[in-house]
Ligand binder design. Structure first.
Ligand SMILES: [Zn+2]
Length: 361
């Protein structure tokens, strides 16, 4: 989720929490529905406050996952709030079945704790008479009870074994004790997709949010399964195994016009730029097109050369580099060994390498 589409809310425990712009659609939707039901402005405000309180619970849920993951050696970049719930972006996930089980359970567990605290409040601290309560709208009287019910709903809904939802992750980690992580993920993904289709069909009749959640599950399950397939195939290799020295080259003083002419003839994702025969940087296809737009074709390669691309070490694990390239949207990287430039790693070659290894595994 790009941060420019999100509003930053803060950085608890060093984890950036932001809310996606589509969240405002949810608020708008609640206002429209409430007006349609003929509610008073104060009642509408109550409904909005309720949704905000619920989303605080969702943030705490995601923090539950995140802190458990960090404790077990994972890395969490950020938490994004969407109208359908929260999402913790982890750049490194604990992978041992037991650890994964704990991380997946930690989120729903937070909502159990919140529900229990609200229950104690409602039945011991400020006892309420539930029978006399009106549940047609949210009021200051029924607010804590409704919030307790909503937290229990979050627990139950998240425990549906629809991978990559929490229940699906718990299921996968339980399977992974007995079989490979790849096979466990495949089974969890297949079951997840069945649930996704059920959600989408149910959503057509009951609640449009279920349709969106269904699609999220379909895409999420597929994406994560693909990722684990890559991991399974690539885990025994390092950058050295696919480094290419057969790259396309430009000189730092070449004109952008010359570079553009050559661009259409190469299949690589960019050029290696050299100055007096020595490595000077990488010029990606995108950099070149942008450079032509901003500097014109008479400019030289050195005018637009981006030397901020971090080179990778030859002996680095291939899957780690692959994840990094995906995350930073890099298509080509310079490779070094003992500080010396050795060649490039092109994402295209990495995909081909994966397909060949997978076919011959
Ligand atoms: Zn969760």
């Amino acid at each position: 989720m790009q941060s420019r589409y999100s509003l930053n809310l803060g950085k608890p425990f060093g984890i950036r929490v932001s809310v996606h712009w589509t969240f405002s659609l949810l608020i708008a939707w609640i206002i429209i529905i409430s007006i349609g039901r003929g509610l008073e402005p104060t009642q509408i405000i109550m409904h909005i406050l309720f949704i905000l309180a619920l989303f605080v619970c969702v943030v705490l849920h995601e923090l539950g996952h995140s802190l458990a993951a960090i404790k077990l050696g994972g890395e969490v970049d950020s938490i994004t709030l969407l109208p359908i719930g929260g999402m913790a972006h982890m750049s490194k996930m604990p992978e041992k079945p037991r650890d994964e089980f704990i991380v997946s359970a930690a989120g729903p567990l937070v909502n159990v704790v919140i529900a229990v605290l609200l229950w104690i409040y409602l039945f011991y601290i400020r006892p309420v008479d539930i029978e006399s309560m009106d549940f047609q709208t949210i009021t200051s009287r029924n607010f804590p009870l409704m919030l307790m019910a909503a937290n229990l709903f979050i627990v139950v809904f998240n425990l549906i074994p629809a991978f990559p939802m929490d229940g699906g992750r718990l299921f996968r980690s339980a399977l992974a004790i007995k079989m490979s992580r790849l096979k466990a993920t495949r089974i969890a993904k297949d079951i997840g997709q069945v649930f996704a289709i059920i959600f989408i069909i149910a959503g057509l009749f009951f609640n449009p949010f279920l349709i969106i959640i269904g699609f999220f599950i379909l895409l999420g399950a597929k994406g994560e399964y693909e990722m684990i397939k890559y991991q399974d195939v690539l885990r025994n290799y390092t950058v050295k195994d696919i480094i290419t020295t057969d790259y396309s080259e430009l000189d730092i003083s070449d004109s952008l016009e010359k570079a553009a002419e050559r661009l259409v003839k190469i299949s690589d994702n960019g050029f290696v730029v050299k100055a007096e025969g020595k490595y000077a940087g990488i010029l990606t296809k995108n950099d070149l097109i942008n450079g032509l737009n901003s500097h014109g074709k008479q400019a030289e390669v050195k005018d637009i050369l981006n030397d901020s691309v971090e080179p990778v070490e030859c002996n680095k694990a291939l899957f780690e580099v692959y994840l990094d390239m995906q995350k930073k949207r890099l298509y080509i990287l310079p490779v070094i060994e003992d500080g010396e430039f050795r060649g490039v790693l092109d994402l295209e070659n990495l995909h081909e390498f994966f397909l060949i290894r997978k076919a011959t595994q």
